[in-house]
Design a protein around this ligand. Structure first.
Ligand SMILES: [Zn+2]
Ligand SMILES: [Zn+2]
Length: 229
């Protein structure tokens, strides 16, 4: 019982420290003064005081009177947290179509749990995005530096494909159950391989002997992985 309680506290403390590191980074980015008062507004006073002591002891921040700044160690750690947070925002916002109120909270939870390898895979999947949905810079990871010219997302909406391109349906990001059911009834399901027959005036895809016209709105909800073209 005691162990469980202690562990829970440790996890909570780690999350507060990470939350504060992110907050300091964001304030520095916006040229805001990094003060305890701003942190008190975001987190509870008691938590902030405790976390700042821990962070000073752990050499994550350097405190000089009312002013404090990230040390090299703190900056490196904050950078990873920001990267996880903003990559998560992109994933939840662009790919999963999670609503604005929810994706922010989701990204806050995500930033504490996901390891670098998973972040790299998501980053690659999204084409190594350089900004989050709010337009803030995403600190690049080693995957981005190695990617060089390959900046096309691995997955993208059907509407981005040119005529003649062959692709597989990866998933349907439809906002309603109805569209998913309608698409699956006509055979548009993950794994379907098709060719873009033409794009104008409507999108027509071909699979087997079959040609299928899709409204632009629907085509935007179909995410595909390019095979050739
Ligand atoms: Zn953002
Ligand atoms: Zn990357």
């Amino acid at each position: 019982m005691i162990y469980v309680g202690k562990r829970k506290n440790e996890i909570q403390e780690k999350h507060i420290v990470e939350g504060i590191l992110r907050q300091i980074w964001v304030m520095e980015e916006d040229d805001d003064n990094v003060s305890k008062e701003t942190l008190y507004k975001k987190f509870s006073t008691e938590h902030v005081d405790h976390a700042l002591d821990e962070m000073t002891a752990g050499k994550l921040i350097h405190v000089d009177g009312p002013i404090f700044e990230l040390t090299k160690i703190g900056r490196d750690r904050a950078r990873l947290i920001l990267r996880r947070h903003r990559i998560a925002e992109r994933l939840l916002h662009d790919v999963l179509g999670v609503s604005d109120e929810v994706f922010e909270l989701g990204a806050c939870q995500f930033e504490h749990f996901v390891n670098e390898e998973i972040v790299s895979s998501i980053c690659t999947l999204l084409g190594h995005p350089i900004t989050c949905p709010h337009g803030k810079k995403i600190p690049p990871g080693s995957c981005c530096l190695h990617a060089k010219r390959k900046l096309q997302p691995v997955l993208g909406p059907l509407t981005k494909l040119r005529s003649g391109v062959q692709a597989d349906v990866a998933y349907i990001a439809a906002r309603s159950e109805e569209s998913i059911e309608r698409l699956s009834a006509i055979g548009v399901v993950p794994g379907l391989r098709f060719t873009v027959h033409h794009r104008e005036p409507t999108f027509v895809i071909q699979f087997g002997e079959r040609q299928l016209a899709l409204d632009k709105e629907i085509a935007e909800e179909i995410f595909v992985r390019v095979i050739t073209g």
